[in-house]
Design a protein around this ligand. Structure first.
Ligand code: PXL
Length: 281
């Protein structure tokens, strides 16, 4: 069985980061090892959350795994709690990546034009240090703007998205995927750019009226699982757009802070992946 290590926080409540990555990646038939970067009582949209930083655990875990000769098919990073953690994750990449290890970076730190609570304004420049390691980077539009120094716009066209993708690869990512891209009323999807081939790819589906917390984490975990099972980036993105929509469709509540009820959609994900793998032989 393939193995991903996911490096991000564990928010004890609120369906994001590791509480999403673990079930999604497991459902996709991939082992999900974890390095929790911090333990929070709930994600940072909740007022008065508690946070226990685990920066001092990252490198001891890496050293132990090195001694044990642990092989990683993919390293998937998400929310990191401090600038120091970014530096340690770079060291982790250097220590643990092998010739076959895919590095997938979701620079989860901002949305809707703003950084999440608790991050200093120069944090995106630190997060961008992960991009030269990334085979695939998966930011949303806000995160891409902050890392590339592009003014954030609510209204944009395909040329704006293509430029952001190009700039992300200029910062070092091999392939970049922008999430939350709306190029037509009532549609939402993701666009990618491959710096090796110069090819762009776009896939969208229905846009539902509610936006929920944690859907970016669902998307990135699904792409990570699908790539690790051997699907192409285009297949992985298509599956992630459709699964994220399926999760939102499955959600009865309007309590957006509690995330999407992805638990109900996991059988859909399993079936879709198995059918695709079977079809490919
Ligand atoms: O969903 C991204 C995320 C992950 N982890 C923490 C967060 C957020 C978004 O707010 O606060 C702790």
């Amino acid at each position: 069985m393939k193995r991903i290590v996911s490096i991000q926080d564990i928010s004890c409540l609120g369906r994001c980061s590791l509480t999403v990555a673990l079930p999604v990646i497991s459902t996709m038939g991939v082992e999900c090892a974890v390095i929790p970067t911090a333990v929070l009582s709930a994600h940072t949209m909740f007022p008065d959350f508690t946070c226990c930083d685990l920066t001092d655990q990252i490198l001891p875990i890496a050293r132990h795994w090195q001694q044990q000769k642990v092989a990683l098919d993919a390293i998937y990073t998400g929310y990191l709690a401090s600038k120091e953690q970014v530096q340690q994750v770079c060291t982790f990449f250097d220590m643990m990546k092998g010739p076959q290890t895919a590095i997938i970076v979701d620079p989860a730190m901002a949305d809707h034009g703003r950084l999440y609570a608790g991050f200093p304004s120069d944090f995106p420049a630190y997060m961008a240090r992960l991009l030269p390691y990334a085979h695939v980077a998966i930011p949303n539009i806000t995160e891409a703007c902050l890392m590339t120094g592009t003014p954030y716009r609510e209204e944009y066209d395909a040329a704006y998205i293509r430029q952001l993708l190009l700039d992300l690869t200029r910062l070092g990512a091999g392939r970049a995927v922008l999430t939350g891209v709306c190029l037509e009323p009532g549609r939402l999807g993701a666009m990618s750019y491959d710096s090796d081939t110069g090819a762009y790819f776009f896939y969208d589906n229905e846009k539902l009226p509610h936006t929920f917390h944690g859907t970016g984490d669902i998307f990135a975990a699904t792409v990570s699982g699908a790539l690790t099972r051997g699907l192409s980036l285009e297949q992985a993105m298509t599956m992630a757009v459709d699964f994220t929509l399926e999760c939102i469709r499955s959600t009865d509540t309007q309590e957006i802070w509690y995330g999407v009820e992805f638990e109900k959609a996991l059988p859909w994900l399993w079936q879709r992946l198995e059918a695709l793998l079977k079809q490919q032989g």
